[in-house]
Write a protein that binds this ligand. Structure first.
Ligand SMILES: NC(=O)C1=CN([C@@H]2O[C@H](COP(=O)(O)OP(=O)(O)OC[C@H]3O[C@@H](n4cnc5c(N)ncnc54)[C@H](O)[C@@H]3O)[C@@H](O)[C@H]2O)C=CC1
Ligand SMILES: O=C(O)[C@@H]1CCC=N1
Length: 292
C-alpha cells in the first residue's frame, strides 16, 4: 500500500458485488472520497450486474478472468462481499494471488478473522466488519474489528471507508455478532415495523402514500431525537405518553403482545445465527484443508 493513504488514492476491489457492496461503493462514490476509477467490481458470473454498476456509478467492471485476477492482485484493499455460503471457496481462491500488505475487509456475517486466516493460510491484515444497507445514503452504522496484523495506516483507512458512508464503532471481534443483531440486521426490523404502521394507517382510512410519508418521517424524527437530544429513548417515550392517553393505550397492547420480549429474543437469535453461519464456514475451511 502507498505511504500516502488518503482514501482517494487507494484502489479498492469489491470481490462480490451484490446489495451490500453496492451500498458501500455508492456511498463512497457519492461522498466523492473515492474516484470511481479506483473502484473495481468482481462477481463470480454476473457480468450484466457489473456493467449495471459501472453505468450507475462509474466503477470499473472486471469481467474477463484476466481482468478479475488483475483486479484482485493489484488492489490495495479487497472487500469481500459474497454470501457466507460462497465465502470459503472464494477466499481460498485468493491464497495464491495476495501480497502480504494487501488489506482484506470482510462484511460477511459470522465469518471470523481466524477462519479468514485459516483460508488464506497466512496472517494477512484482515478487518472484520458488520455494516448495514443505510450506507447507501451515507447513514450506515458499522461495527469494525481488526486482526493484529492490521497496521495503524490500514486501521485509519478502514475507518475512513466506513465513516465515509456513515458512522462506525470499533469493537472486540466477539462483539461483531452483537452488532449484527442490533444494527446489521436492524434496518429490516424497522422496515417490518414500518410495514405494520403503514398497513394500520391504511386500515384506518389514510391513503398508502400519506401513511408511508407519515411513518417515514416519524421513524426519521424519532431516530434524530435520540441522536440530537442525547436523551434516553425511555425518557423520550415517556414524553409522548400522557397518563391514560392514546399512546398509553397503544403501548399497553404492545406489551400484551410481547413486543419487548419478541424484539429481545429476535436480536439474540440473530447474533446466534451469525455464530452458526460462521461455524459452518469454519467447518468448510477445515474440511478443505490439505492433509499434512
Ligand atoms: N444485505 C445486508 O443488509 C448486509 C449484508 N451483509 C453481508 O454482506 C454479504 C453480501 O450480502 P448481500 O450483498 O446481501 O448479498 P448479494 O447476494 O446481494 O451479493 C453477493 C454477491 O457475491 C457474488 N459472489 C458469490 N460468490 C462469489 C465468488 N466466488 N466470487 C465473486 N463473487 C461472488 C454474487 O454474484 C453476488 O453478486 C453477506 O455475506 C452478508 O452477510 C452484511 C451486512 C448487511
Ligand atoms: O441477513 C443477513 O444474513 C445479512 C447480515 C446482516 C444483514 N443481512
Amino acid at each position: 500500500m502507498t505511504d500516502n493513504n488518503k482514501l482517494s488514492q487507494v484502489s479498492i476491489t469489491f470481490f462480490g458485488a451484490g446489495s451490500m457492496a453496492e451500498a458501500i461503493l455508492r456511498g463512497l462514490v457519492e461522498v466523492k472520497l473515492t474516484e470511481p476509477s479506483k473502484i473495481t467490481v468482481v462477481n463470480r458470473q454476473n457480468a450484466e450486474r457489473l456493467r449495471g454498476l459501472s453505468e450507475a456509478y462509474g466503477v470499473v467492471p472486471a469481467i474477463e478472468d484476466n481482468q478479475k485476477l488483475d483486479a484482485l492482485k493489484n488492489a490495495d484493499v479487497i472487500l469481500l462481499g459474497m454470501k457466507p455460503k460462497d465465502a470459503a471457496s472464494a477466499i481460498a481462491s485468493l491464497r495464491p494471488l495476495l501480497r502480504p500488505e494487501q488489506l482484506i475487509i470482510s462484511v460477511i456475517a459470522g465469518l471470523s478473522i481466524a477462519t479468514m486466516h485459516q483460508l488464506l493460510d497466512r496472517p494477512q491484515p484482515v478487518v472484520r466488519t458488520m455494516p448495514n444497507t443505510s450506507s447507501t445514503i451515507g447513514l450506515g452504522a458499522t461495527g469494525i474489528s481488526f486482526s493484529e496484523t492490521v497496521s495503524e495506516t490500514q486501521r485509519a483507512l478502514s475507518l475512513a471507508i466506513f465513516d465515509a458512508v456513515g458512522m462506525s464503532v470499533v469493537v472486540d471481534e466477539p462483539l461483531i455478532e452483537a452488532v449484527n443483531g442490533v444494527s446489521g440486521s436492524g434496518p429490516a426490523y424497522i422496515y417490518f415495523m414500518m410495514e405494520a404502521m403503514i398497513d394500520a394507517g391504511v386500515q384506518l382510512g389514510l391513503s398508502r402514500e400519506a401513511a408511508t410519508a407519515l411513518t417515514a418521517q416519524t421513524v426519521r424524527g424519532a431516530g434524530e431525537m435520540v441522536k440530537l437530544t442525547g436523551e434516553d429513548p425511555s425518557e423520550l417515550r415517556r414524553k409522548v405518553t400522557s397518563p391514560n392517553g392514546t399512546t398509553f393505550a397503544a403501548l399497553e397492547l404492545m406489551r400484551q403482545f410481547g413486543f419487548q420480549e419478541g424484539m429481545n429474543k429476535a436480536i439474540l437469535r440473530c447474533a446466534e445465527r451469525a455464530r452458526e453461519m460462521g461455524e459452518a464456514i469454519r467447518a468448510e475451511a477445515s474440511a478443505s484443508e490439505p492433509r499434512q
